[in-house]
Design a protein around this ligand. Structure first.
Ligand code: G16
Length: 544
């Protein structure tokens, strides 16, 4: 099979963001655009030559086209074997599971996660290393550097591979193995959680739940695990068929985009449990009847109750959370006497801690929770963890969380997103805060006295690598915090994220509406950052 060497020139916008390269589909459809990035992966990840690559995506528009291109390039670059999910489908956590289980040299995941899909929407690509996790910055920096010098890529001409038929075929020397996308992952879940107890919970007949797959990748996983293996009634999984445009929806499991599920859990007749996952299956939202569990609280509750599940029955070695995530988990770590780490936003920063065994659980405010079972956050894993707790404790979601607050106190928490704002205005706002930071410590702002104010920098405790400029933190003497940062996953303009947190020890004050409880701090943050003056926005687009 003849290898063609195609001349090309660099694109200057191929720097991976928080989680890989995410752009509009039209950007990826430009001649050579995808090919340049993929060749940069093969040029820098030399272990793939003669090695095995895992390949799959969240099923969004352009997924199948991109897979065929990558297969032809893998053949031309001497990859020995590619494991592709059936239909081109692999959820992000399933891809991580397969990379680890079959000890491959890495994986390429095609996804723009929670961003909308379709010809006019978003596409994305990221490389995961042999440990199964997102490439660390050393790898993405090398990859980006390569894209800036690239002058040729290698590809073979071949007919499309049938992605729907499980089995092996060949592209020259390359073996393409189409695998069951669900089985390995479902087996892993069965090894971690008490499936018998969860089955009994469903069998008892009183427990009512829905899992909203949002027409994204988790549909087949959730149907297999919840309905087939655990015996939940048929129809428990809603929007379970993956669609190239996610049915026109926004596959982001939060209170705004999964509002239909929120309604199903509302009122006296509401469901006992509602859960949703995102485009590529790594995020999760957990709801009880009339009750939203913040992702920060979810991490803390799972950590506090981990020994109730078979997979974590011996306890946990430590916990990590991203910097903007609330400090609820820190209190659990302290009570358990285990280490707690604060990392920058981005799952890749958990990888070294997980590999070194320093942490077992980790999570982020951005609807991500996970553990050392894979190296990605894992939406269905979190849902099964909650189901295991519900099955063992026989309490409602709300009762479990309220009991947690009584024991540890409540970290009131909210995130306000200002989406698609002018990039220059966003940069101006951040620069303005940088100038302000040194003068803030010691200042009294309303009822709050500033204890520290900085731009978060992280030194990885395992390899000593430093990640600077990871977000503005303003900490107060009572433990409250204001955090501001710009999103690294958007594809249009800039998204400003404002995170607000305040601790409340008094259980008599645990049932206040969140936005009301945090109103004074929100006002302080808006004024300090001059949000309205600089962005023209009076209200955030999304509040979670
Ligand atoms: C990605 C990363 C997460 C991060 C999130 C939000 O999630 O994997 O670690 O917390 O983006 O990032 P940002 O605030 O920069 O938009 P996902 O689910 O999009 O892959």
């Amino acid at each position: 099979m003849e290898v063609r060497v195609i001349s090309t020139t660099p694109f200057d916008d191929q720097k991976p963001g928080t989680s890989g390269l995410r752009k509009k589909v039209a950007t990826f459809q430009q001649p050579h655009y995808l090919e340049n990035f993929v060749q940069a992966i093969f040029d820098t990840q030399t272990a793939l030559t003669g090695g095995t690559l895992v390949l799959g995506g969240d099923g969004r528009f352009y997924n199948r086209t991109a897979i065929q291109i990558i297969l032809r390039m893998a053949a031309a670059n001497g990859v020995a074997r590619v494991l592709v999910g059936q239909g081109g489908i692999l959820s992000t956590p399933a891809a991580s599971c397969i990379i680890r289980k079959y000890q491959t040299q890495g994986g390429i995941i095609l996804s723009a996660s929670h961003n909308p899909g379709g010809p006019d929407e978003d596409f994305g690509i990221k490389f995961n290393i042999d440990a199964g996790g997102p490439a660390p910055e050393s790898v993405t920096n090398a990859l980006y550097a390569r894209t800036q010098r690239i002058d040729r890529y290698r590809i073979v001409d071949a007919d499309p591979i049938d992605l729907d038929q499980i089995g092996e075929s060949r592209l020259g020397e390359l073996v393409v193995q189409v695998i069951d996308a669900v089985a390995d992952y479902a087996d892993l879940m069965a090894s971690l959680f008490d499936f018998d107890a969860i089955r009994q919970l469903f069998n008892a007949g009183r427990f009512r739940m829905r899992f909203d797959a949002m027409h994204a990748v988790t549909g087949p996983y959730a149907v297999e695990i919840l309905e087939h293996r655990l015996g939940a009634e048929s129809g428990t999984v809603i929007n379970g068929v993956p669609l190239e445009d996610f049915g026109g929806g926004h596959p982001d499991p939060n209170l705004v985009h999964a509002h239909a599920l929120v309604e199903l859990t509302s009122g006296a007749q509401g469901l006992d449990f509602g859960a949703a996952s995102d485009g590529d299956g790594d995020r999760n939202m957990v709801l009880g009847r009339d009750f939203f569990v913040t992702p920060s609280d979810s991490l803390a509750v799972l950590a506090a109750n981990a020994p109730l599940t078979p997979g974590y029955k011996n306890g946990i070695s430590g916990i990590a959370r991203s910097m903007p995530t609330s400090q609820a988990a820190d209190r659990v770590a302290e009570a358990l006497g285990v280490e707690c780490f604060e990392t920058p936003t981005g799952w890749k920063f958990f990888g070294n801690l997980l590999d070194a065994g320093r942490i077992t659980l980790c999570g982020e405010e951005s609807f991500g929770t996970g553990s050392d079972h894979v190296r990605e956050k894992d939406g269905l894993w979190a849902v099964l963890f909650w189901l295991n707790l519900l099955a063992v404790k026989r309490q409602s979601v709300a009762d479990i969380v309220r009991a947690h607050w009584r024991r540890f106190g409540r970290n009131y928490y909210t995130r306000h997103d200002y989406e698609g704002i002018d990039s220059a205005a966003a940069e101006g706002l951040v620069n303005h805060l940088h100038i302000l930071l040194p003068s803030l410590p010691g200042q009294q702002l309303g009822d709050f006295k500033v204890a520290f104010a900085d731009d978060f920098a992280y030194t990885d405790p395992i390899d000593g690598s430093v990640a600077a400029h990871q977000g503005i933190r303003i900490g107060f003497e009572n433990g409250a915090r204001i955090v501001l940062r710009l999103s690294g996953t958007g594809t249009q303009g800039a998204t400003l994220r404002l995170y607000i947190e305040q601790y409340e020890a008094d259980s008599a004050r645990h049932d206040r509406p969140v936005q009301e409880a945090l109103a004074p701090l929100i006002l302080i943050a808006r004024e300090l950052a001059q949000i309205e003056a600089r962005t023209g926005r009076t209200q955030p687009d999304v509040i979670t």
